[in-house]
Design a protein around this ligand. Sequence first.
Ligand SMILES: [Zn+2]
Length: 287
Amino acid sequence: MQWPPMRRLEGVMTGARLALFAIALLGSPARAADCLYSDALGTARVMSVDPKAFPRVGLKSFPQTLPLADKEVVLTFDDGPLPATTNKVLAALAAECVQATFFLIGQNAKANPQTVRAIAAGGHDIGHHTWSHRILNRVSEPHALDEIDRGIAADDAALGAPATPFFRFPGFASTPSLLARLQARGFAVFGADLWASDWNPMTPDQQLHLLTARLEQDGRGIILLHDTKRQTAAMLPAFLRYLKRNNYKVVHVVPSPEPSRSTPEKSAVSRFRPRRNPSHAPVTTNN
Ligand SMILES: [Zn+2]
């Protein structure tokens, strides 16, 4: 499988186009239906995810994943926000009119609330990734719960509204007890189906090669990336072009509008109410 070299893609971004996607970043959430670019990748569909039906997804950690069709991918970004790199990721996503899910570290959200709101303004969803990225199976359960709750509270405060009931464990390091608690609180825990190993230093071209080879092998899946990595931010425009040229479809996951919740424990989580976004009308998955 071939993909366009990074250097050739740089020429795609004309000055006019850069200006247009800067406008898109500042304006209302980008949607495929009102995308400014006729050749953009676009978000193919929105999948409503009910945490009760999908309490844990991602084949790297769990036996179940989202019901994606062949050639469908979900884009997820962890560890932000960090303005220097997250803004580049947001620009790349806006240029292709695709939406992703960002799992924020609470202390980064607290330090960069404008970037949190820029993520939301781009039509992306915001999930949680603890307060300080502690590996939760290495600390006591009260400490782990505090990490989870402080992170959620910080993300919500930066956003100015409750974020989504999506959570990802740092390092995918869950415990059965924490998984059960999150499920009882009505959270969907996201693992991943494939990743770019972007925690390892490599050039953007090397990362693109690695990720596209893995995607070609798997054919679909929840993709884990890090918006805090410069190499990922640099690779992303070429990766999105690769998806377009090879007929992959981006699926945007959003929480089910009316998730079923049992009585939550005393927690910041109990304040959650799903964000209603008319552009994200629930759809019925066909598989
Ligand atoms: Zn992480």
